[in-house]
Design a protein around this ligand. Sequence first.
Ligand SMILES: [Zn+2]
Length: 135
Amino acid sequence: MTQRPKPVPVVNPWARPFWDAAMEDRLTFQKCKDCGANIFYPRIACTECFSDNLDWVNASGKGTIYSYTVVENNSPTAFLGDCPYVVAIVRLDEGPQMLTNIINCDPYSIQCDMPVKVVFEQLNEEFKLPKFQPI
Ligand SMILES: [Zn+2]
């Protein structure tokens, strides 16, 4: 069985700055200029006050694992060869949470509240994916 290529992100116009920054190894999120809320994933309006007066800011790249699962097997998708791999929700130090992968470690060594930092994995010439590894 040949392995299918991995899917690439579908990028909305308002999310383009996030992916451009990732190509420069910068993790970013949106900050509302009106109420100060930190927002991720990219939106066209603030999740707290609905303002469209949003700015992009750099994250520290550090956070903790809020929740995770180890994927040990799945149907024949492009990710089958990666098993076992970790799908996690990382809570950034700045507050926003990201659905991501934890890499560069034993998947069975992961624990909730473990400190992690971002690493960028080159997907292709167009995309780098922000993933995390234990500190
Ligand atoms: Zn706001």
